[in-house]
Write a protein of this length. Structure first.
Length: 93
């Protein structure tokens, strides 16, 4: 999956990450590049086909960062939770 993070110059940078606990209401994203708490951001996830013959999907989610997790000594488990305001499933382009 990817999310857009604003750089210090104000440009959007695409960051690749992994996710868990995905639902229409939000998701948890594993990354060491943590966004600021409370910002609104956009996520794009490419989901594989769930069954043989089914088409893959793209999930686009816009929401607010509501939690940051930085477990001491476990940087591979750092991440953030996003509360979705808008979730769209579509076919890949």
């Amino acid at each position: 999956m990817e999310f857009l993070k604003k750089t210090s110059t104000g440009k959007n940078e695409r960051v690749k990450a992994k996710s868990r606990d995905i639902s229409e209401g939000g998701a948890f994203i594993f990354t060491r590049m943590l966004p600021a708490l409370g910002i609104t951001m956009e996520l794009v996830m490419r989901l594989p086909a769930s069954q043989a013959g089914a088409a893959p999907l793209v999930l686009e989610m816009t929401g607010e960062v509501i939690r940051l997790e930085t477990p001491s000594g476990r940087e591979n488990q750092w991440g953030f939770a996003i509360n979705a305001r808008r979730t769209i499933f579509r076919k890949p382009s």
